[in-house]
Design a protein around this ligand. Structure first.
Ligand code: 0WD
Length: 251
């Protein structure tokens, strides 16, 4: 990853999957820029950025396109261009990550789709312009996109759309040698995951049933991410790669 410049979006704290990927990219020699969402997270992200000698390119709330434009302008100013992009952003009303999918409101459906699915396309549009020499884009998804999972509800529907958008973006950007992939990570206890009903039970279930008989860590997701973000994965695009201790072959 030496000589590669990457923008990582979605670091909330040191348990974030985005942080696992950022650490791995830094360890392999990449130059990084990070965004944060809102002032409370700025205080968390700043010291983390300092640990990796990463640039902070500002506040980004993907529901506000002006903030997306601003962080990409700042990324161009600070890094001069981009070789890779990591999108590790999702949101849904916690009240709807419990109980039945059928009770989803139109308002939360739209918000979940906007933040958890469309935002990847929105940032890909901006990143394309900075990837003059080709590049690699990576988003994060979950098995609840493929199969029913308890409580994942509207987020499962949004992740299914996100996985479809990976394929459409890969086709659009392939001629420019920009690759687009997703990692489908096994459950990990993060801030976002704490909003999902019965999450501890899901972790335990995976631990008992995954072929490797355990869950995965953010560092393991980070290491797998290096294959997709670096030239090792140069012929791989439109892929949803499972990093889940093998759970997807059983569940
Ligand atoms: O088990 C898990 N933790 C899994 C997570 C398994 C498989 C996939 N994922 C996905 C998530 O769905 C998400 O897409 O990985 C991605 C990263 O999630 P994470 O690392 O589990 O969670 P977290 O550390 O909370 O980071 C997600 C961040 C937000 O944090 P909070 O918790 O404050 O919502 O997404 C960002 C925010 O930093 N985010 C936004 N960023 C910009 N604009 C927005 C927004 N509107 N909303 C959330």
């Amino acid at each position: 990853m030496s000589g590669k410049r990457g923008l990582v979006m979605g670091v909330a704290n040191n348990r974030s999957i985005a942080w696992g990927i950022a650490k791995a990219a830094h360890a392999q020699g990449a130059k990084l820029a990070l965004t944060y969402q809102g002032e409370p997270l700025r205080k968390r992200v700043e010291p983390l950025a300092a640990e990796l000698d990463a640039a902070i390119v500002g506040h980004c709330d993907v529901t506000d396109p002006t903030t997306i434009d601003a962080v990409f302008a700042e990324t161009e100013r600070q890094l001069g261009g981009l070789d890779f992009l990591v999108h590790a952003i999702a949101f849904s009303d916690k009240n709807e990550l419990d109980g039945r999918y059928i009770d989803t409101t139109a308002e939360n459906f739209s918000k979940t789709m906007l933040i958890s699915c469309y935002s990847f396309t929105a940032v890909a549009q901006r990143a394309e312009k900075l990837m003059a020499n080709g590049g690699s884009m990576l988003t994060l998804t979950y098995y609840g996109a493929e199969k029913w999972m308890p409580h994942y509800n509207v987020m499962g529907v949004a992740k299914a759309a996100l996985e479809a958008s990976v394929r459409y973006l890969a086709a659009d950007l392939g001629p420019k040698n920009i690759r687009v992939n997703a990692i489908s990570a096994g459950p990990i206890k993060t801030l976002a995951a704490s909003g999902i009903g019965d999450f501890r039970y899901i972790l335990k279930w995976n631990e008992l049933n995954a072929p490797l008989r355990r869950t995965v860590t953010i560092d393991e997701v980070g290491d797998a991410g290096m294959y997709l973000l670096s030239d090792l994965g140069r012929a791989v695009t439109g892929e949803v790669h499972h990093v889940d201790a093998g759970y997807h072959i059983v569940g």
